[in-house]
Write a protein that binds this ligand. Structure first.
Ligand SMILES: C[S@@+](CC[C@H](N)C(=O)[O-])C[C@H]1O[C@@H](n2cnc3c(N)ncnc32)[C@H](O)[C@@H]1O
Length: 231
């Protein structure tokens, strides 16, 4: 009964959002998102990603204090603010100009000197520098196109120095790959085994994995973090 209520409620919200978007003559997408608070929206995932950062990522990041880090899909930069005291430099990219504006403002307010934020679609990004670590935190949940998913993974691999670390988190599915209409654009929940295999095939070895959501939802959906090393 409750499930039925939520399905009807989500259906109605999605219809209203589509109508508003078509009246405003724009397709809703991450590009238009202005506000984002990960810790508030997902307290369990926030708690567990902070554990993953300390237990899974930092211990395998060699020469941490001199490390250069690339973050793709950084949103308002909240995760970069957690990492920047411990590394040399972070370059962070996101599709949303609004979120990047917030990231830049907060960075200035906090007096942070070692993060550069850029507005950029990763589908057309060309990465010129080399990095010790690349982060894609939730990015690939938004990248439905398999060609863009695989070509971005290849770019991530080729911009990493030998033995570099790829740290990612995504919403996934234990059993199948499924998509969800977010009201005009889609999120993809890749089947976990295929997601990990795709990353390994590009030339990475899996070091750690961790469930971030406290629950595996009925349909097999959950959030997980993964730390890989370039081979
Ligand atoms: C699920 S959010 C995760 C944000 C943040 N990294 C975190 O862990 O909370 C995904 C982020 O990827 C960005 N994104 C989605 N598609 C993108 C694209 N094509 N190019 C660059 N960023 C993109 C969105 O704007 C959004 O900020």
């Amino acid at each position: 009964m409750l499930n039925f209520f939520y399905r009807v409620k989500n259906h109605c919200f999605s219809k209203v959002e589509k109508m508003v978007s078509s009246l405003l003559k724009r397709k809703p997408s991450w590009k238009h998102i202005k506000q984002y608070n990960h810790a508030e929206a997902y307290p369990d995932r926030y708690r567990n990603i902070m554990i993953a950062l300390k237990k899974d990522f930092f211990p395998v990041l060699k020469n941490k204090e001199n490390a250069e880090v690339l973050d793709l899909g950084c949103a308002n930069g909240w995760f970069d603010f957690e990492i920047c005291p411990y590394v040399k430099k972070i370059d962070a990219y996101d599709l949303s100009p609004h979120l990047i504006k917030t990231a830049k403002r907060q960075s200035k307010e906090k007096g942070i000197q070692n993060i550069s934020f850029f507005t950029q679609d990763i589908a057309s990004i060309s990465i010129k520098k080399e990095y010790d670590a690349v982060l894609c935190m939730g990015l690939f949940t938004c990248i439905v196109d398999e060609v863009v998913f695989l070509s971005t993974l290849k770019k991530v691999h080729s911009c990493l120095r030998a033995g570099g670390i790829y740290f990612c988190k995504d919403s996934l599915n234990k059993n199948i790959t499924s998509k969800r209409d977010q009201g005009g654009y889609f999120h993809i929940y890749r089947k976990e085994s295929e997601y990990v295999k795709a990353i390994e095939m590009v030339g990475f070895e899996l070091l750690f994995m961790r469930q971030l959501s406290d629950t595996i939802f009925e349909q097999g959906m959950f959030s997980g973090s993964y730390v890989f090393r370039k081979i």
